[in-house]
Design a protein around this ligand. Structure first.
Ligand code: ATP
Ligand code: MG
Length: 436
């Protein structure tokens, strides 16, 4: 057998029943195995599933049997045999092997059962082969695919590429990663929003999907130092249209995941029927009412303070769908958010809170008139010189516009109901980890 041959069958195809009683060849990695006497059960995985293979000494010969029974977890293996329906086998099918060959035996695999979280993070490059992370990464792929499908095919957006190295802060100075750019101070971007705003001047409806970097000093289950950020920005959209768009986007992703990937969700312990309930008409609540409600439900929060994870949990308690919190006080929000003419002192913004998981989106209508922008920058002690090009956008052909930022890993965490954001990304970057 040649591992590069093109006639291997994906295990997922076998599990779907389309090869019953047929001769097939499979290749993959040893997921589990046990031998007793002249019979070895080797469970093999490939990217599409796992299959139990019965390897009998009588059928494959002495030497091949030895190879199969002495293989390590994760040894690379090829088998040829006949598919048999078998209720006792996981997945309902078994391969009765006639030929076995190891591609690479390798060394004993270091990950066994019940390892500590730290050990699994140290061996992340190997742990990514686990069933759980394999399923999460597949689901993440689909979630991103449906986001793109939504913007590209349903809403007519253009995707653009922003710079990752920037010269000024977008979200405030405290979480900036500074770099030495040929002797000048530069930063890894915290958000591509300001550039996305530039793109709207030419293409009107755009989005950026790129990493954002935040030197988050706190350890929480929902902050990474490097995360993937989807940032749509729309010309001639007000804040209401902005929220409607976010709602349509989340409904699209949840419905697609629930209808097309119910098995994957169930394998991850997420009930697809729960996601089906995300249908639209999300609750919209002003900050002031949200603070009152959170306090009534036991939160220790005062008017004017930012809404944190504890309050978010209280505000989404018992909800099937995300909730928007609108109209935050302008002095606790970023400089680019437009003041609400109907509710002065507050801005036209919304955080979108997912039930049990908290904020997944922050969005707002942007200040588009030059005097308001300059005034706000002054109030927030920002130097207009640092934002020259951004201010220019209000000098030439300005217009009402809105946008939002969605953390991909936050969305994945909610859709899959993960305990920790680190499992929503292959190599999580946190305050105390840049390895592997
Ligand atoms: P939080 O209050 O949770 O720190 P934020 O207000 O700093 O969030 P924004 O600056 O509005 O967040 O960023 C937009 C979106 O980016 C958030 O709604 C969230 O989904 C995501 N996000 C922000 N910070 C992080 C992070 N450190 N790790 C992962 N995702 C993040
Ligand atoms: Mg933050």
């Amino acid at each position: 057998m040649d591992p590069l041959a093109t006639d291997f069958v994906p295990i997922g195809g076998i599990l779907s029943g389309s090869h019953n009683n047929k001769a097939v060849k499979i290749r993959g990695w040893v997921h589990r195995s046990r031998t007793s006497g002249g019979l070895a059960f080797v469970v093999v995985r490939d990217s599409t599933g796992v299959l139990q293979c019965a390897v009998k000494k009588d059928a494959v010969g002495e030497e091949a049997f030895k190879e199969a029974s002495e293989a390590y977890l994760e040894s690379t293996i090829m088998l040829e045999g006949t598919v048999k329906e078998d209720k006792r086998a996981p997945g309902g099918y078994e391969l009765a092997a006639e030929k076995v060959k190891l591609v690479w035996k390798g060394e004993p695999f270091p990950i066994a059962k019940d390892q500590s979280v730290e050990f699994l993070l140290d061996t992340r490059h190997l742990w990514l082969r686990s069933q759980k992370l394999t399923n999460v990464m597949k689901a993440r792929h689909y979630i991103v695919k449906y986001l793109r499908e939504f913007f590209d095919e349903k809403e007519g957006f253009f995707e653009l590429a922003p710079p990752i190295i920037t010269g000024a802060a977008c979200e405030g100075g405290s979480t900036l990663f500074e770099i030495d750019y040929f002797g000048i101070r530069a930063y890894l971007t915290q958000s591509s929003q300001l550039y996305a705003e530039v793109f709207t001047t030419a293409l009107e409806k755009v989005y950026v999907l790129a990493p954002s970097f935040r030197a988050e000093p706190s350890r929480t289950v929902r902050h990474l130092c490097e995360y993937w950020h989807l940032e749509p920005e729309m010309a001639f959209y007000d804040q209401r249209m902005n929220m409607d768009l976010q709602e349509r986007m989340l409904v699209h992703v949840c419905q697609r995941m629930a209808s097309n990937h119910a098995d994957l969700l169930s394998a991850l312990g997420r009930d697809p029927d729960e996601l089906k309930k995300v249908k639209g008409h999300f609750k919209r609540m002003a900050y002031q009412d949200a603070v009152e409600l959170a306090a009534k439900r036991g939160a220790n929060i005062k008017m004017g303070q930012d809404i944190g994870a504890d309050e978010e949990a209280l505000l989404t308690k018992g909800e099937d769908q995300p909730v928007f919190i609108t109209n935050f006080p302008k002095d606790i929000k970023a400089f680019y958010m437009r003041e609400d003419p109907g509710f002065p002192g507050t801005v036209l913004n919304a955080d979108c809170l997912a039930p049990a998981h908290g904020e997944i989106i922050g969005g707002s209508e942007r200040i588009w008139e030059l005097p308001e922008l300059l005034q706000r920058m002054k109030e927030q002690d920002l130097n207009p010189k640092d934002y020259g090009w951004y201010i220019d956008l209000r000098r030439y052909g300005s217009y009402p516009h809105s946008g939002f930022g969605l953390g991909i890993e936050r969305l994945v965490k909610w859709v899959l109901n993960l305990d920790h954001i680190r499992d929503a990304i292959p190599f999580p970057r946190t305050m105390n980890r840049v390895y592997p």
